[in-house]
Ligand binder design. Structure first.
Ligand SMILES: [Zn+2]
Length: 492
């Protein structure tokens, strides 16, 4: 046999795409032509596959080898095609029986020693294969638990895989198991560990109940509160878990457990680390995507580069992040709750602070790009474990949050929105219109220009969350008044 064709898949963004790999060995001068891969990846792929085949004890075919990866024009970054390309070359050279290739797809990266290594984005690749009717997949043995619904032919090395193919070893369906669902969550950090700070604790609860964004200002336990927010949020549902698992499958760290992610990048991180980037190894999600369906926490928020604070507006408004490279623009999910924390001024030692109101105002104004999108602003104060009132435990708060979210979800049944923060402005004027007296507290500040019409929209969403937390059918004047106070909790 001088020709063979093999099926595989690549992952672009979070989309898997089936690809066909053709290999042909012709008499002539020795050489390898790889067609259909991005130019930057051709030498690496060729060298890796050649070294793996030789180090696995197979002869490198004599003659001219042509490998064609179809469809053309698709940006096939990454190393997920290594195994398929090696198998196609060995089949074209007669080492592998071609009849074993027809109904099996091949996924995996090759080490120079011939070891099969896991690929990023495996769930997305498998979904594409299954959708196209391919149910048997040869995979690195380390990835067998991620095999999902497919019949798996696991192998630890290229030699192992070729022997299984030549001996006719059948692909087997692994024990049904989604490891991310079975894995235990990390222990909950308890809110009871944060005494005092009643305003901040109330703000955190409201933010969790309605999916609102929150700014904590002052010198206090901002990080402790942020770390405890996922504990009071409801766990990921099946759809959310699948999406988060797929995003984390693009990294080296698979997602574990059902608790919502908390991503807290330091302000020294680059824009690429925050928003994600393209590499020759594929798409790398940034913090905004790793926080999808969970929380993005920015401590010392004014210290982040202006370009990063500006750039957060797009995912906050759209729920996704667009990443461009020479091959095109790809989107990744990035719908998160934003939790910001800031000190009153840029001093690292508050006791020596001589900052005046102008310095403080200038410092906090760095957050101006995000200010309109933050529904709740609350003060934090230093921990005082001796005299401060003990805090409620996470379990108690989580129940209230879950009940409030359930009320909102019930009210929003049949709509694409799940939390009060999702309700569009138009709906707040129609199906979610407040009684005139409930709107009263907003009349004066709106007409005096103290709050903008856009702010009113966000305050009304907050008012609905406060009503849900009280198990009330509709917001009252008191809810609107508290919502206004939460919105206006301006640092001074
Ligand atoms: Zn200062």
């Amino acid at each position: 046999m001088t020709f063979a064709a093999v099926t595989s898949a690549v992952v672009i963004g979070l989309s898997g795409h089936v690809v066909r790999i053709e290999a042909r060995v012709c008499p002539g001068l020795s050489g390898v032509h790889l067609i259909g891969l991005p130019e930057a990846t051709v030498p690496q792929t060729r060298d890796r596959v050649r070294a793996a085949i030789l180090n696995s004890g197979y002869p490198w075919p004599d003659g001219q080898i042509t490998v064609n990866v179809l469809p053309m024009g698709m940006p096939k970054y990454g190393s997920s095609l290594d195994v398929a390309i090696a198998v196609a070359i060995l089949a074209a050279a007669g080492t592998v029986p071609v009849d074993r290739l027809a109904d099996t797809a091949f996924l995996g990266e090759l080490g120079l020693d011939g070891a099969l290594r896991p690929i990023r984005g495996l769930p997305c690749a498998l979904r594409a294969l299954v959708t196209s009717g391919i149910w048997a997949v040869a995979l690195p043995a380390a990835s067998i638990e991620e095999g999902g619904p497919c019949a798996i032919l696991p192998a630890v090395s290229l030699t192992d895989l070729i022997e299984r193919l030549t001996s006719g070893a059948p692909a087997t369906v692994p024990t049904p198991r989604v490891p991310t669902q079975d894995a235990p969550d990390a222990p909950v950090l308890d809110l009871a560990d944060v005494p005092g700070n009643q305003a901040a604790r109330r703000a955190l609860e409201v933010c969790a109940a309605g999916g609102h964004h929150l700014l904590l200002h002052g010198d206090g336990p901002a990080t402790m509160l942020a770390e405890r927010l996922p504990g009071i949020l409801p766990d990921l549902d099946d759809a959310g878990l699948a999406q988060v698992s797929e995003i984390y499958s693009l990294t080296e760290t698979p997602w574990q457990g059902r608790r919502r992610p908390l991503c807290a990048p330091h302000y020294t991180n680059t824009a690429a680390a925050i928003f994600g980037r393209h590499t020759t190894g594929g798409l790398r999600p940034g913090a905004v995507s790793l926080a999808h369906a969970g929380v993005l926490f920015l401590a010392e928020a004014p210290e982040y580069a202006r370009s990063i604070l500006d750039g957060l507006r797009y995912p906050l408004d759209t729920g996704e992040i667009m990443l461009a490279d020479a091959g095109g623009i790809l989107g990744l999910p990035a719908r998160f709750q934003l939790l910001l924390a800031t000190h009153p001024c840029p001093c690292t030692t508050p006791t020596l602070c001589h900052c005046g109101p102008i310095e403080r105002r200038r410092y906090l104004n760095r957050l101006a790009p995000l200010r309109e999108r933050i529904e709740i602003t609350a003060p934090i104060t230093p921990l005082d474990r001796l005299t401060a009132e003990p805090g409620e435990p996470t379990a108690t708060v989580a129940v209230r949050v879950a009940e409030a979210r359930a009320r909102a979800a019930h009210r929003l049944t049949g709509t694409p929105w799940q939390t009060n923060a999702d309700i569009p402005a138009l709906e707040l004027r129609t199906s979610h219109r407040l009684a005139p007296e409930a709107f009263d507290p907003l009349d004066t500040p709106l007409h005096s220009g103290a709050i903008s019409p856009r702010a009113v929209t966000r305050i009304l969403r907050l008012a609905w969350t406060l009503a849900d937390l009280r198990a009330a059918a509709r917001p009252t004047r008191d809810d609107t008044r508290e919502a206004l106070r939460l919105w206006q909790g301006e640092p001074t």
